[in-house]
Design a protein around this ligand. Sequence first.
Ligand code: GH3
Ligand code: MG
Ligand code: MG
Ligand code: MG
Ligand code: MG
Length: 310
Amino acid sequence: YITKDASYSYRQVVKILERLRKNLSIKVLVVEDSLVCSNIMCNLLRKALIEVVVAKNGVEALRVLEKEPDIKMVISDHYMPEMSGFELVRQLREQPQYQNLTIIGVSAQGDPVMSAKFIKSGANDFLTKPFYQEEFYWRVFSALESMEMMEAIHKAVYVDVLTGIHNRRYLFEQGEKLFIEKHKFAGFGVCMFDLDEFKEVNDSLGHLIGDQLIAQFAGILKKTFADDLLGRYGGEEFVVISTRSEEALRKDIANFMYTVRCTLFTEKNLAMTCSVGVCFEPMTSLNESLGAADAQLYQAKAFGRNRVEP
Ligand code: GH3
Ligand code: MG
Ligand code: MG
Ligand code: MG
Ligand code: MG
């Protein structure tokens, strides 16, 4: 049953403790022109150990969201000066970076289609003012739960388990998008990396050590190519897709090769190396670019490994 006061239920306490244990801080943006209402919601959220930021209208909310990209949830009033709640939700949902934001609309009693309008604009849920504290908590908590589930699904689908970097599926999905958006206007570089003589490593040191080396290799890639699209293409093959200048990319590839040699060692302190195939030629599809980079990688292997081609 529902109580007027916000008594914590067992499930709620478990949820809060779980977040604390995982050290998950959750940041929520409260958008509300009435200071009284804003304070009520902020206090409730803070009591549940949720970090809160505030905005007084839609325009301010957009500014705050841009500055603080770690905000996971927006709780927004409808009637506000400058920009209403509906308009805010509509504008947010038009932008790709806000697709996964959880949005709860809030408005005063009176207009029965208010909740429908909010949901239609793109909100995930709706709450009528004045509300029981208990209802407020449970709307917020169930929205957070759904969000966490979505994040877990997203991770399972797009992240490689061994290395923690993006997998092949992500690489191709994002790579296609990047190709369509950018290849005509920017340099479009595709690099394929493959560890040298890796079967030997597995044979002499075992697959577990092999796995560790692959994960370390991926870690160096991630650090070096932080601004590019990176994914595990196959076993010990990785792809970087970059729209930076060829000069900048080649500098990073050279640094990467050097770091790998200094960091990864096999038996008897033998340095690990890798070979790289690069394609900067304009192509008609991502697949064609990948094919060309792969052909260059084959050349790099044929010319003796531990090198970049062309
Ligand atoms: P090359 O220099 O020609 O690339 O020689 P190579 O031995 O590295 O040959 P290739 O790239 O064709 O083979 C890669 C090997 O990597 C084959 C496979 O046993 C191993 N491998 C692929 N995925 C994994 C993995 O997830 N873990 C481990 N330990 N080994 C893997
Ligand atoms: Mg208002
Ligand atoms: Mg190899
Ligand atoms: Mg081979
Ligand atoms: Mg290989």
